[in-house]
Design a protein around this ligand. Structure first.
Ligand code: AHR
Length: 309
């Protein structure tokens, strides 16, 4: 039986609390780690029943999953939205059904933020700002930055904010230029495809700003095949987002210059928020997870080895 949004629900004591989770997809190593964190948090706890639907990066699939959760009468819904727009109606449907919602990872653009309890995830603009700050230190005022920009899923908060940070920085640096914006959809395969095509006719770049690690891996393959060097001492400085174990290893080995962390391991934090809600305790409207950034100079092999994802 669903509780009333915004108030402490009345619950039967022995029944498992049913959570329906609509996940974006499995487009990246980050996403796989995020799914594992959620599953590991709830799967072995008899107090919870955890139902997850993979939307394969389609918002329509998320709507279908959420409507199914409503019909099944779940107690709680968690949504990792593919894109920000388009959520008003379905969130109203969830509210009408009296089911509380957490928005996780990315955000939703709705008129009324009382349609969800809280939004937990990364400070994506903060991540982008970390990246451009680092680049400022790398490009002297008398040198040009010719930046190739690989973008993730258009309309997703991670894309919107990382792009905003770069575009704002380019607007105030007369020696910075975005040579092109290529659409990589946060996947390695797409990034490899668009990079391969681009590099056939354009090789004059010295920075790659890639909005996630998997696109970076695809781009590195394309750069290798085009005979373009990258990383420390190479033609192209690589900035990547997520800081997965594989990317951190490349960073340690001098192949990636900057890894900006995007922490996917917040399943336990979500559980804490749900438990607070169930006890009737207040929860903050926005929760940002802890994140950092790593360079070849700052990272150790021990740190890479200890990385969970
Ligand atoms: O929303 C988080 C982003 O989505 C991660 O950077 C990316 O890897 C994932 O697919």
């Amino acid at each position: 039986m669903a509780g009333c949004l915004g108030s402490k629900p009345a619950e039967p004591s022995n029944k498992a609390y049913v959570i329906g989770f609509s996940q974006v997809g499995s487009e990246s190593d980050w996403r796989v780690a995020n799914t594992k964190s959620m599953e590991a948090t709830f799967a072995n706890d008899p107090q919870y029943e955890f139902l997850m639907e993979n939307a394969r990066q389609e918002q329509e699939n998320q709507f279908t999953a959420v409507r199914r959760f409503i019909l099944e009468g779940v107690d709680f819904i968690i949504i990792a939205p593919t894109v920000e727009e388009g959520w008003q109606t379905i969130l109203e449907e969830i509210k009408d059904a009296g089911i509380p919602v957490i928005i996780m990872d990315r955000s939703v653009a709705v008129d009324d933020d009382s349609l969800y309890l809280t939004n937990i995830g990364s400070d994506f603009l903060g991540q982008g700002n970390l990246a451009v700050k680092w680049l400022e230190g790398e490009i002297p005022a008398d040198k040009e930055a010719k930046i190739l920009h690989l973008q993730g899923t258009l309309g997703a908060t991670a894309q919107i904010m990382r792009t905003k940070a770069l575009e704002d920085a380019v607007a105030i640096h007369s020696n910075w230029e975005i040579t092109s914006q290529l659409y990589g959809d946060f996947t390695e395969a797409k990034a490899y495809e668009v990079m391969t095509e681009y590099l056939k006719t354009n090789k004059d770049i010295n920075v790659l700003y890639s909005e996630n690690d998997n696109m970076t891996f695809g781009a590195m393959r394309a750069l290798n095949e085009a005979g373009i060097t990258y990383g420390n001492g190479g033609q192209v400085k690589i900035i990547t987002f997520d800081a997965t174990k594989e990317a951190l290893q490349y960073c340690h080995d001098g192949k990636i210059n900057l890894c900006v962390e995007c922490n996917p391991m917040f399943g336990p934090q979500i559980k804490e928020l749900i438990e607070k809600y169930r006890k009737g305790e207040p929860i903050p409207k926005q929760v940002h997870v802890n994140e950092s950034a790593y360079t070849t100079q700052s990272i150790t092999q021990d740190f890479v080895n200890s990385r969970e994802y």
